[in-house]
Design a protein around this ligand. Sequence first.
Ligand code: AMP
Ligand code: MG
Length: 405
Amino acid sequence: MPQKKRGKTPVEEAVARILNALDVPEKTEEIPLLQALGRVAAGDVCARVAQPPFDRSALDGYALRAADIAAAGPETPVTLPVSRYLCAGSDPGGPLAPGTAARIMTGAPVPAGADCVLRQEDTESDGQTVTFHAPVEARANVCFAGEDIAPGKCLVPAGTRLDEVSLGLLAGQGVQTVTVYAKPRAALMPTGDELCSPETPLRPGKIYDSNGPMLAARMLRLGAEPTLLAAGPDDPAALAGKLARLLAEYPLVITTGGVSVGDRDYLPQAAEEAGAKLLFYGIDAKPGTPALAAGKDGHVLLCLSGNPFASFATFELLARPALAKLQGADPAPVRVRAALANGFGKPSPLRRFVRATLMGGVVTLPKGGHFSGGIGALAGCNCLVDVPAGSRALNAGDEVEVILL
Ligand code: AMP
Ligand code: MG
């Protein structure tokens, strides 16, 4: 069967076609708060109680009416009887009697009637009475109910990826479970007759599979539930049968290898024979130019180059937005601008994504190892530099745009 001619679909257009072909997630689940780290909220979660729930003392000292010590000064100390003792967790009791003070600890409720708290370091006390040498402003050192979080405030809008702070916000509301989108299931099948199982000693011409475990791990990190399949053969009929079965079961199916123009690159043909409709074949960027996507019944097949860095970069560009959409999250990558610490010798007639490390606002490129077939130089990298088509060689100090991994 003649293979389809490759095009040069712009990356953003390629992503739009993938997202368009993917059904939106519908499955949600209610899970315990502590299991929800990294998951995506399926609905808004709003504050049901004020935070703090009552007016409370911000420090250890005395609660009183500011008016009662308005006349206090260095020469005119005011002494009040200590009429109650309140610590964190205490019931505040009834209103504070005028002309008295309450001994109060940090976090304790300020009793009705009292309108300020004085820190104990500025007072003298014998336990029964407390003496003040200066006046104080009303409201001083009181953390008022709802000052931190007002009831009804949206704490976690739908689509938020829950982080540590989200969990703290919800826990402060007494929330025990949260409704999140189900983890998207995705199948990953490396292909190539050269791939051999790690249990087997390497024979001439064979290599171990780097892409499968690397991209499956990436999927885990991105909140998906990957199924890593045994390596597929360079055999169109076997691949087509396998792809058809996988596409029926998984919303996203990713392959690596066999998608270029070599004699034994059968993925374009297999995708067609599996009944998937071509979304694009070829992107306008390096590495991973031969990437292909096809859709079937709301599910998407994404075929990436076998070259390890190419598979990694195109996974980030094309598969990551798909996984985000499948879990109800924002598919747009995080992009920042930063200056290069060192240069990149080659010009880029085609748009190019270069592995790099962003730290302290500076982007450092690996010294060498910039080929799509290698992952050595990818170690420790945390971003891809997006080098526009038509760029000359890059110099230290040039400002570039990077996509954070
Ligand atoms: P292909 O995309 O099939 O033309 O493969 C391009 C290069 O990537 C070849 O050198 C392959 O041997 C290598 N390769 C393919 N698949 C993998 C893999 N899963 N792990 C590591 N290298 C691979
Ligand atoms: Mg191959």
